[in-house]
Design a binder for this molecule. Structure first.
Ligand SMILES: [Zn+2]
Length: 78
């Protein structure tokens, strides 16, 4: 669950497929933003320099590889 203070600076997407796509470790991210681990729900941030999605740092090694989905996409729109 992500929180925000100013509702004018966030907007419900009109492109839900970007958020529904399951993204694997090692895959190129869809862009900068907050991603949610599909195994444990942990949220983490990928910046603009990120070229490969990392494993979830909150998942134990016993759980195996996790996948990610976008929770919040960051934009450069003013
Ligand atoms: Zn996790």
């Amino acid at each position: 669950m992500a929180f925000y203070e100013n509702a004018k600076l966030v907007r419900e997407t009109d492109k839900p497929e970007q958020y529904q796509r399951v993204r694997k470790i090692g895959e190129e991210p869809g862009g900068p933003g907050i991603y949610r681990c599909q195994s444990c729900g942990f949220e983490d941030v990928m910046n603009r320099e990120c070229t490969k999605l990392p494993p979830c740092s909150n998942c134990s090694k016993q759980k195996g590889a996790n996948t990610w989905k976008f929770l919040v996409i960051a934009t450069d729109a003013a």
